[in-house]
Design a binder for this molecule. Structure first.
Ligand SMILES: Nc1ncnc2c1ncn2[C@@H]1O[C@H](COP(=O)(O)OP(=O)(O)OP(=O)(O)O)[C@@H](O)[C@H]1O
Ligand SMILES: [Mg+2]
Length: 281
């Protein structure tokens, strides 16, 4: 692990315009992308900095935040780097909301309510013709009033010109048809609401079981040996089985058909939310 990036003074100044004098807390720094929590007497914000190849990705994310209703952003450049400041979302991630449910049945009502809230947040995005593109267990923040999403670097509004090249986000949550398109081309590959519903179900499966949805081992695939591209090519076949563990059958019975069906047969995010709301415990 190298040193944590240093936060550009321009970004600190933008944070202080909202928060008053801030104290910075280092949150994550990987692959050229760093996040700080900046807390001041008036508010707390997230500062995200992209350097190297991540600079343009960060610029794109800032532009998405600027366009999305319900999100605000201030962005700028510091030399070659790009930074933005956006309100800090207070709450637990979907992964954390499911923690108690992974440890025993008592946590299930809260996890299930969180699952429904996550579906509704994704449904809201889709209703505005946006696709998040990188749903993960850590990318939904369950605030007091609703779930807000973070990490919009691969978000896309249908009908607009997409990026020049998309290699996919988290491979373990990639819908088979998206994996096949990325494997075979042509670029630009576009994400879709149906592929996102696959990822959404995969996120909930992962949060419930503690493991990614697909049974690579059962399919005779060595994850390390295959690497992300090998896994993606295997996922593209659409033939990998789901992991056999069923710690929460009632929830998994709803998610399983979504993960096993083609894009045209998947429910919308809103319908998935309604189905989950009716799951009995
Ligand atoms: N607005 C925010 N409110 C609260 N927490 C945030 C916010 N933005 C980022 N975080 C925290 O910082 C972490 C990293 O943020 P994000 O996923 O946007 O960065 P990243 O560099 O793309 O990380 P990764 O490569 O792990 O996806 C999040 O998992 C979350 O804990
Ligand atoms: Mg992230």
């Amino acid at each position: 692990m190298g040193e944590f990036a240093s936060c550009p003074p321009e970004a600190v100044k933008a944070a202080e315009a909202v928060c008053g004098p801030v104290e910075l807390k280092e949150i994550t720094d990987r692959r050229g992308s760093a996040v700080w929590k900046a807390t001041g007497p008036m508010a707390a914000v997230a500062i995200k900095l992209g350097t190297g190849g991540a600079a343009e990705v960060t610029a794109r994310e800032a532009s998405v935040l600027d366009q999305l209703p319900g999100y605000t952003v201030t962005a700028g450049r510091a030399g070659e780097a790009v930074w933005f400041v956006t309100p800090w979302l207070a709450g637990r991630s979907t992964w954390e909301v499911f923690r108690a449910a992974r440890e025993g049945t008592a946590g299930r009502p809260i996890a299930l309510a969180g699952a429904v809230d996550l579906c509704r947040a994704v449904a809201g995005l889709h209703a505005a013709s946006w696709v998040h593109g990188d749903l993960q267990p850590s990318h939904g923040i369950h605030t007091e009033s609703e779930v807000k999403l973070i990490d919009f670097a691969w978000s896309w509004q249908e009908g607009t010109t997409p990026w020049t090249s998309f290699q996919g986000a988290m491979v373990h949550l990639m819908a088979p048809e998206l994996a096949a398109w990325i494997s075979a081309g042509p670029q630009p590959v576009k994400t879709s609401p149906a592929a996102e519903v696959y990822a959404l179900s995969g996120v909930l499966w992962t949060c419930a079981t503690g493991d990614w949805p697909l049974d690579y081992q059962g399919a005779g695939i060595d994850r390390k040996e295959a690497g992300p591209d090998g896994l993606r090519d295997a996922i593209a076949t659409g033939k990998l089985p789901l992991a056999p563990a069923t710690p929460w059958p009632e929830l998994q019975d709803v998610l399983r058909p979504v993960l096993l069906s083609g894009p045209a047969d998947r429910p919308t995010a809103a319908d998935l939310g309604d189905t989950l709301a009716a799951v009995s415990m």
